[in-house]
Design a protein around this ligand. Sequence first.
Ligand code: 5GP
Length: 209
Amino acid sequence: MDRKGIIFVVSAPSGAGKTSLCREVAKLVPNLQYSISYTTRSPRPGETHGKDYFFVDEATFRNMIDKNDFIEWAEVHGNLYGTSRELLMDWVNRGIDVVLDIDSQGAMTIKKKYNDGVYVYILPPSFEVLRQRLVDRKSDSADEISRRLQKAREEIWNYRQYYYLIVNSEFHKALKELEAVMIAERIKMKQMNLSWIEETFIKHLSKEI
Ligand code: 5GP
């Protein structure tokens, strides 16, 4: 059925497992695209330009802000992150659902513009688990970890603005829940092109009678 793509916005404090969940769900659910953001942060080991992020320098990013290229952008942990308006709208207009793995500042900017988006918040089972995950990730310095934990406390304040809450204590359970949200949202009546039902069933019914 032809319809616009649904925008799924997923936020969580850093270390809650959000990126892995979003990437996995995009592999599981057909016709779902993971949105690749622009960032001024340096790539972590194993990250690739154009797959994990578009890694750009600050001048390039600021130039894109001036040209209104971002549908939303935010400063997170001292780096700039943004979602390309053109990429996102191209998928949505082609009827492809998109999952945005972005922080709550960006999520709230999108929410003001697109009330039809689906907002999902992911939490770790406890603050201690969050700290441990950031330490185990071994990709950030001690300073960076304490900055991320401080940001996590602020970030969690926004959870009430979201429509779904998933606690990631067990990855596969959380993944199933995220998949379930996406599948259920797709079959909501408001997402359907109802003219198909009218054509196939209702008109037919009146002819029979
Ligand atoms: P990381 O550096 O760990 O990949 O991401 C740091 C934070 O920035 C995460 O909360 C991530 O979701 C968020 N983020 C990634 N891309 C974007 C974006 O395009 N916009 C916004 N607002 N946040 C983003």
